[in-house]
Ligand binder design. Structure first.
Ligand SMILES: Nc1ncnc2c1ncn2[C@@H]1O[C@H](COP(=O)(O)OP(=O)(O)OP(=O)(O)O)[C@@H](O)[C@H]1O
Ligand SMILES: [Mg+2]
Length: 282
């Protein structure tokens, strides 16, 4: 079974090649790309298209590698021992499995494990996972047991580039950068989300969107998820196409621009551009 576009996700040729290569090589797939370009959703789509279960490990600034393996619940054990509970005799009762352990145990088939936003964690985090991701095994000190993957999970790791990842970690991954979709790909992405929207509206909306992205000096350029939100609003408001047509973003702010522009500096910049171009046009 190979990964390809689905009726909810558009995968470009190079993305398909990367996913299938990492599955074949049994190496984690490291996915980077602008925010909102479908990195997280990709793991869901891979799981769905390969018909495998998905486990998600969402990384935060406080996440440590050990959390993905297991945690020892010493507090519960202490409480149980004070209450004279017989459970305390078996320390295994207080070992809480992490996402990686769950993925290692999956049977009968493989699991897709999404390690989402790895760059949010401490710089040591990726290094601390090297051995586990390489050998797909780890040792539980409390019980003296080695946990080995019954089936190597398909590991998808996403990063927004907030931190550099260490070389030793990179060496173990297959890397893919999701390039920002070109116009034709974007049309297909919009079509899978809004199959019934008028072609003309999509065309005008994409004109405005790509023009906006080209403006130099924007702090946060809108991406796929912003475009999808915007189109949803345009449709919900049943806006006439004339409201978009021939509306150069340099002469007026697009309608419902709050879905596209996410900070006041960018809104001010566009207002200034509009003011200048109106003055020149006079
Ligand atoms: N190629 C695509 N095909 C279909 N939908 C897409 C595609 N790329 C992005 N989307 C849509 O864009 C939205 C954002 O996707 P997602 O949350 O996966 O982005 P992300 O790259 O993980 O963003 P972030 O870096 O902010 O976490 C989703 O609604 C998703 O369905
Ligand atoms: Mg994401």
């Amino acid at each position: 079974m190979r990964f390809s576009s689905t009726d909810t996700y558009i995968a470009t040729e190079d993305l398909m090649v990367a996913v299938n290569a990492s599955v074949t090589l049994e190496r984690p797939l490291l996915i980077k790309g602008e925010p909102g370009t479908g990195k997280t959703v990709l793991a869901h789509e891979i799981a769905a298209s390969l018909k495998l279960p998905l486990l998600t490990w969402h990384i935060k600034s406080t996440t440590r590698a050990q959390h993905g393996l297991y945690e020892y619940d010493a507090v519960s054990r202490l409480r149980d021992s004070q209450l004279g509970d017989a459970k305390v005799k078996d320390i295994g009762n207080y070992i809480r499995k992490g996402r990686l352990w769950e993925a290692f145990e999956s049977a009968p088939g493989r699991t897709v494990l999404l390690i989402d936003e790895i760059d949010k964690a401490d710089i040591e985090f990726p290094n601390d996972l090297l051995l586990e991701l390489d050998r797909m095994e780890f040792y539980v000190y409390e019980t003296g047991v080695t946990i080995r993957a019954k089936n190597r999970p398909i590991v998808i790791i996403t990063s927004n580039n907030e931190k550099e990842l260490p070389d030793a970690f990179l060496r173990r991954c297959f890397f893919h950068y999701i390039r920002f979709p070109d116009r034709e790909t974007m049309e297909r992405i919009v079509a899978v989300h809004f199959p019934d929207v008028k072609k003309l509206l999509v065309r005008e909306a994409l004109n405005v969107f790509f023009e906006l992205r080209e403006i130099q000096g924007l702090k946060k350029r809108p991406s796929t998820s912003e475009l999808l939100d915007w189109i949803k609003l345009l449709v919900a408001d049943d806006l006439p196409i004339e409201a978009l047509r021939a509306k150069d973003v340099k002469t007026a702010l697009p309608p419902l621009y709050g879905a596209l522009l996410k900070n006041e500096q960018d809104v001010h910049m566009l207002e200034r551009l509009a003011f200048l171009s109106r003055r020149e046009g006079r």
